[in-house]
Ligand binder design. Structure first.
Ligand SMILES: C[S@@+](CC[C@H](N)C(=O)[O-])C[C@H]1O[C@@H](n2cnc3c(N)ncnc32)[C@H](O)[C@@H]1O
Length: 201
């Protein structure tokens, strides 16, 4: 387990739900709900954070939710318990994903691969535990190709990374680098917030 990353997100957990629970979650509720409505079979979800995404999960699904931060999972626990389906929370660094190869039908992420320290290795770990042909569905914010957003996100990243995510990642390219195929992008806000769908080869 990457202790430094765990500590960073434990620190962020204190104010996370307060900062994100209203504005961002209201704003992104419709696209998140739409993406997560695609959940079926045995589903891997990362990262759970304080559980703000759980309200958008369709009922009756079988989900394993991961996070590296015990403080985040502590906040998520009552929401997971109230979920009308099976939702098992696990304290785990995605880089150490120890589930058997090909044991999930689908994986979903939510503002996760802006935060995982080695995104390509993390996505490779996710691909390994998916069945061949299993699907990946991501709700992510990324860097931009367009000025001035690209420059703004580049300038912000050294600061935001100290306390939370990197703002300028090329997550779509990282999905391809990790060996996923049939990568499709649905823009949600500009070219920054997006849904990415891909298939495990
Ligand atoms: C920006 S938060 C998003 C949380 C939640 N999905 C949401 O949208 O509210 C990023 C989350 O990724 C988790 N995380 C960061 N690196 C991780 C890793 N290597 N393995 C598992 N979880 C990680 C953090 O603990 C944090 O909860």
């Amino acid at each position: 387990m990457d202790i430094e990353t765990r500590r960073k997100w434990d620190n962020a957990a204190r104010g996370y739900a307060l900062m994100n629970g209203r504005g961002p979650e209201w704003r992104w509720a419709p696209p998140k709900r739409r993406l997560f409505s695609e959940m079926s079979g045995r589903v891997l979800f990362l990262a759970v954070g304080p559980g703000l995404d759980i309200q958008f999960f369709p009922p009756g699904r079988e989900i394993v939710g991961l996070d590296i931060s015990p403080m985040m999972l502590e906040a998520a626990a009552p929401l997971a318990e109230a979920y009308e389906g099976t939702l098992e929370l696990r304290l785990l660094d995605v880089h150490d994903l120890d589930e058997p190869t090909g044991s999930f039908d689908q994986a979903f992420t939510s503002c996760t691969f802006c935060s995982v320290p080695d995104p390509v290795a993390g996505l490779e770990a996710v691909r390994r535990v998916l069945k061949p042909g299993g699907s990946l569905g991501m709700f992510e914010h990324t860097g931009s190709r367009f000025f001035p957003f690209s420059a703004m996100l580049d300038v912000m990243t050294p600061l935001t990374w100290r306390f939370g995510p990197e703002m300028n990642r090329d997550t779509v390219a990282n999905v391809t680098r990790a060996g996923f195929v049939d990568v499709r992008v649905e823009p949600v806000y500009l070219d920054v917030v997006k849904i990415i769908r891909a298939v495990a080869s």
